[in-house]
Design a protein around this ligand. Structure first.
Ligand SMILES: C[S@@+](CC[C@H](N)C(=O)[O-])C[C@H]1O[C@@H](n2cnc3c(N)ncnc32)[C@H](O)[C@@H]1O
Length: 419
């Protein structure tokens, strides 16, 4: 493999160091600006090279020892090799560069995570020959893990039992195992190929999982209406405590993966929507809709996943005054109906990585909605959608919530006000 010496001077939006060699751009994951490194070229493209770090010749004074022994090979974490302060500085730099594409070069506020390790309440593991693991960076090359230090302690404790369970059963057509921690309990979900026929009566060693809930799902990804999920041990619903409330959580619906930051994000939105008439679009299991409703005048939650909508409907039992309505359907189909019925002051958009549908943005532009809060974990769709919304709205503030410490990912919240 070809070797090169590269001086790193920048960081890519994926968290890789960016350097130059013989005039060509080189991306080197797990390096930092100001470092001089020796690399092996692993990919050649007409515009750039990708290198694997072989040796650090000149080390950044911001470099620290990663706390995970798999860091060098794993595709999960990008920025565990620097101090937290530096990680945040680099993330802000990445976000600033992305937002400049929309013309924004104002302040970026930050909300930091108290923990860099143990913060994830959900992981998705790959399975190979009864072993559990992850893929190496940008590949489908499996490696086995015994722990994942960014996942919660409870999740890590169950990993040996999962391995034993897999060895005892030797399942065919098993794709992944998802582990979600909700409160004290875990939801452990084995995802099989959708065509797999499995007689659950023959499954061995389910008792390994004690009081936790175990599910078998059949489909391509867990969080989809097309996937069929069966609870095979424990309580079908998991109970989450939040702000003094006890909420029923569906294992197959979306949940924010960092409880501490999710709560701070919700607080931010609750404060901005106080005394207003609100649409909470892409509302998931309705938790945020319910919390907004406690201080707002009225909230409409719109979510298309049936199981998530059903969880949201259960929240009605917690409230005597109905200041919210959960609508089950696509935002692109339901938003216009709400806008015909009511005068909305502010809309919260928290779409999946694909961002908002063009028709949703057009409906907002032609409405009288005064403010938009856009929550995004994907810069490219965020910037694409901001550019459209800027026809009628201007960016009032940008806040980076550090939902995913040690990775280059972040939750960006943009508050926009009608011009
Ligand atoms: C990033 S999650 C946000 C969930 C919620 N805001 C929360 O904090 O839990 C996006 C949600 O949008 C839903 N979704 C995706 N596309 C949708 C669409 N076109 N219409 C309605 N809901 C959609 C997904 O099922 C998912 O629950």
């Amino acid at each position: 493999m070809e070797k090169k010496v590269v001086e790193i001077f920048d960081i890519s939006y994926e968290g890789a160091g960016v350097g130059k060699s013989d005039g060509q751009i080189v991306f080197v994951p797990k390096t930092l600006p100001s470092e001089k490194v020796e690399i092996s070229v692993v990919k050649k493209n007409s515009n750039f090279l990708v290198g694997r770090l072989e040796r650090i010749l000149q080390e950044s004074d911001k470099r620290t020892k990663p706390f995970c022994s798999y860091f060098q090979l794993c595709g999960g974490c990008d920025l565990q090799h620097c101090a937290y302060e530096e990680e945040i500085k680099l993330k802000k730099q990445i976000l600033k560069k992305e937002l400049e594409k929309s013309g924004y070069n104002g302040e970026i506020k930050t909300v930091l995570s108290d923990r860099r390790a143990g913060y994830r309440n959900k992981i998705k593991l790959e399975i190979k020959d009864e072993k559990i693991g992850y893929f190496r960076q940008k590949s489908h090359d499996f490696f086995e893990i015994k722990s994942c230090p960014i996942a919660s302690e409870e999740i890590n404790k169950i990993l040996p039992d999962i391995k034993q369970f897999l060895v005892s059963n030797n399942f065919k057509f098993l794709r992944n195992v998802y582990i979600k921690q909700v409160g004290e309990r875990l939801g452990i979900c084995f995802l099989f190929d959708k065509n797999c026929k499995l007689d659950t009566k023959n499954v061995k060693k389910l008792d390994l999982f004690g009081d936790n809930s175990v599910y078998f799902a059949f489909g391509e990804v867990l969080e989809s209406d097309r996937t069929k999920v069966f609870c095979v041990r424990g309580q079908p619903k998991l109970i989450k405590g939040l702000k003094g409330l006890k909420l029923e959580i569906d294992v197959s619906s979306f949940n924010q993966i960092n409880d501490e930051i999710a709560e701070k994000l919700y607080d931010f939105i609750i404060q901005k929507t106080e005394n207003k008439r609100v649409v909470n679009a892409y509302s998931g299991q309705g938790l945020l809709t319910f919390l907004i409703s406690q201080k707002a005048k009225f909230v409409y939650g719109i979510e298309f996943q049936k199981s998530a909508h059903e969880s949201a409907e259960k929240l009605k039992n917690l409230s005597e005054e109905f200041k919210f309505e959960n609508i089950c359907g696509k935002v692109e189909e339901c938003l216009d109906v709400v806008l015909l019925r009511d005068v909305i002051d502010i809309i919260v958009l928290d779409p999946a990585r694909e961002g908002c549908q063009k028709s949703v943005l057009n409906s907002i532009l032609t409405s009288k909605i005064k403010q938009v809060i856009y929550v995004s974990c994907n810069f490219s769709t965020l910037v694409r959608d901001l550019k459209i919304l800027q026809a009628s709205y201007e960016i009032e503030s940008v806040t980076m919530f550090d939902m995913f410490p040690c990775t280059a990912n972040m939750e960006t919240v943009v508050l926009m006000t009608r011009k």
